[in-house]
Design a binder for this molecule. Structure first.
Ligand code: NAD
Ligand code: UDP
Length: 336
């Protein structure tokens, strides 16, 4: 099977390429490298002993996309390409809609032209917004609170319309919870540009000495220690979920959303302590005010993915922090 991986040089994409190549799939990556480095793909080759083909292009470049689909004989697409920073999406919403929605439209049109109708899409738990209760099931109402989340929800809706127009499409909408960790080799991992927005890369950069202190956004939530609770999931488990989804698409399931999470939540302070244990470094922090738009608790009910994809997360918090630390300490400046 030949898989086109859009955004395959990025954080989750590169880990998924490793699992795809290791499982014997042929892989072609299209990525404009707007938020990634080609070095990640060289390291994917180093880990697997197999090389993904790489095309540096923007997904919205229709000529390139059409030529790729015409010439390469893909069987399915795993679609990661998009912009993902919540705060930035509030500042430049049109860029987010243009890139995320526009890129997906271009992709689906090119797929339809050549009759490829198997798609695994990177959605997000942000489509649920602030849930009325936890754990979150796929049939909970969707109500994203920022342009990034809305771009994901709009894409889900567009893909539903596409399926209604032609039920030979098979689409998995994978709603990721909080991806963290790195490949256990320490060779690939998350390499954010500038100041990290997310908790784990920030903690890791404090532990390695690149930043002085973590700011903990609020300790007055209704949680065990007052800090926010999230469902952190190891990126390798997440990557494996994509292979399970691809297998499932061959059974013609139509269009189905799946939560990919562990089903258990950890607070900010629990993550800090686990990281300190794994790294042997201290992570000094200050408690500051809540970050606008944050919610108290978010974790998945991953039962549907378990039942239908035969997928569950194997790796726990210890592996998540251990592998993040290995990556961060061995690559303090990321891929530079
Ligand atoms: P990432 O930024 O590391 O990877 C995205 C990749 O897509 C990058 O390599 C970037 O260069 C590429 N890209 C962006 N726009 C493109 C375009 N128009 N054409 C070609 N390439 C383009 O992000 P990630 O963390 O690996 O996330 C992958 C996907 O998963 C994204 O769609 C993201 O929204 C989604 N997601 C991520 C998280 C998370 O916390 N990391 C959570 C939920 C969902
Ligand atoms: N968080 C924090 N300090 C940071 C970054 C995040 O306290 O520098 C908290 C944030 O308030 C939330 C949790 O860590 O409770 C996870 O935040 P992240 O941005 O990683 O993910 P998301 O908000 O998308 O769930």
């Amino acid at each position: 099977m030949h898989i086109l991986v859009t955004g395959g040089a990025g954080y989750i994409g590169s880990h998924t390429c490793v699992e795809l190549l290791a499982a014997g799939y042929q892989v072609t990556v299209i990525d404009n490298l707007s938020n990634s480095k080609q070095a990640a793909l060289r390291r994917v080759s180093e880990i697997t002993g197999r090389e993904p083909d790489f095309v540096r292009a923007d997904l919205r470049d229709r000529m390139t996309l059409d030529a790729l689909f015409r010439d390469r004989g893909f069987d399915a697409v795993v679609h990661f390409a998009g912009r993902k920073a919540v705060g930035e999406s509030v500042q430049i919403p049109l860029e987010y809609y243009e890139n995320n929605v526009g890129g997906t439209l271009a992709l689906c049109k090119a797929m339809a032209k050549v009759g490829i109708r198997k798609l695994v899409f990177s959605s997000s738990a942000t489509v649920y917004g602030d849930p009325a209760s936890v754990p979150i099931r796929e049939d909970f109402p969707t109500c994203p609170t920022n342009p990034y989340g809305r771009s994901k929800l709009f894409i889900e809706e567009i893909l539903h319309d596409l399926y209604r127009s032609d039920d030979t499409w098979n689409i998995a909408l994978l709603r990721y919870f909080n991806p963290v960790g790195a490949h256990r080799s320490g060779r690939i991992g998350e390499d954010p540009n500038g100041v990290p927005n997310n908790l784990m890369p920030f903690i890791a950069q404090v532990a390695v000495g690149k930043r002085s202190r973590l700011r903990v956004f609020g300790d007055d939530y209704d949680t065990s220690d007052g800090t926010g609770v999230r469902d952190y999931i190891h990126v390798t488990d997440l990557a494996k979920g994509h292979l399970k989804a691809l297998e499932r698409l061959s059974a013609n399931p139509g269009i189905v959303p799946y939560n990919l999470g562990t089903g258990r939540g950890y607070s900010v302070l629990e993550m800090v302590r686990a990281f300190e244990r794994a790294s042997g470094r201290s992570v000094p922090f200050d408690i500051v005010g809540r970050r606008p738009g944050d919610i108290a608790i978010c974790y998945a009910d991953p039962g549907l993915a378990s039942a239908e994809l035969d997928w569950t997360a194997d790796l726990g918090i210890e592996e998540m922090v251990r592998d993040t630390w290995r990556w961060q300490s061995q690559n303090p400046d990321g891929y530079e």
